[in-house]
Design a protein around this ligand. Structure first.
Ligand SMILES: Nc1ncnc2c1ncn2[C@@H]1O[C@H](COP(=O)(O)OP(=O)(O)OP(=O)(O)O)[C@@H](O)[C@H]1O
Length: 251
């Protein structure tokens, strides 16, 4: 579903954010992409979703070449960014219908699809609520509903549960699992929560300084009775990264 070879990104100004990335994600997998601040997660995610052009390397995403066939890739993926895309003043169903029409559905198809994705994310009954009135958990679910409108084979989630309470996080994990189970959706997500990576993901990729430094199922990475947090810190070191994450980042 995703295959990259030598994928790299150097920003204007010379920051080499991602170097020689070679990863693969199989259909139906839930893969967690972990790394300290500034490691290159968002840059990778933006490249894989066609939002950022790689400096070099190649990638196939959802069966199409990332650069030569970006339009075809876009038709087959959903992307939920960290901030989400919700409009606080629009009724949920109207917002979904509009987005459906942007994806080329007729008004009728779009309305039907909006109803389906709301039900799928357990948001039925909230059709006429305004975006701004939703709780954090529902809001994230609505963001995912939006991304699911075109029925993507591959869903990218950037820190889907950051800021949510434990109940809403567990609930969102259930929804993601159900999506995979019922639809076969492949999920590629970033997270800073190692319990989330452990509970939800089939496989983890750990990136640091723009390179993959470890990869495997959570149980494979947890060796010698260590927690995943300990493994992560052993691999990526204990120095703080906030500063490097901010250096050179354009607004
Ligand atoms: N638009 C940009 N211009 C220049 N440098 C950038 C830009 N965006 C990111 N960077 C730099 O690229 C590197 C990787 O950043 P990226 O945002 O991909 O990391 P990340 O792993 O997503 O971090 P975080 O967990 O903080 O979101 C960092 O050194 C960052 O400062």
């Amino acid at each position: 579903m995703i295959r990259t070879s030598g994928l790299s990104k150097t920003y204007d100004g010379g920051v080499q954010a991602v170097t020689d990335l070679g990863i693969s994600v199989e259909p139906g997998e839930i893969v967690g992409f972990l790394g300290p601040n500034g490691a290159g997660k968002t840059t990778t995610m933006r490249m894989l979703t066609t939002l950022l052009r790689p400096t070099s390397g190649t990638a196939t995403v959802a069966g199409h070449d990332l650069v030569a066939d970006a339009k075809e890739v876009r038709k087959r993926i959903g992307y939920v960014s960290q901030g989400g895309g919700i409009l606080p003043t629009a009724p949920l169903k109207g917002e979904l219908e509009l987005q459906g029409m942007l994806h080329g559905l007729s008004r009728r198809e779009s309305a039907a699809r909006a109803g389906e994705v709301l039900a799928r994310l357990d948001l039925a009954g909230l059709e006429n609520s305004l975006g701004g009135t939703l709780s954090g958990g529902r809001r994230r679910r609505f963001d995912i509903a939006l991304a699911l409108l075109p029925d993507p084979a591959l869903l990218f989630l950037d820190e889907p549960t950051t800021g949510l309470d434990p109940q809403s996080r567990a609930n969102l994990w259930d929804h993601i699992r159900t999506l995979r189970q019922e639809n076969g959706t492949t999920v590629f997500l970033t997270t800073h929560y190692l319990d989330e990576a452990d509970a939800l993901c089939d496989r983890l990729l750990i990136i640091d300084h723009g390179r993959i430094v470890a990869e495997g199922a959570p149980a494979e990475l947890r060796t010698g009775g260590q927690t995943l947090d300990e493994v992560f810190l052993d691999i990526t070191g204990r120095s703080l990264r906030e500063e490097s994450a901010l250096t050179g980042k354009e607004a």
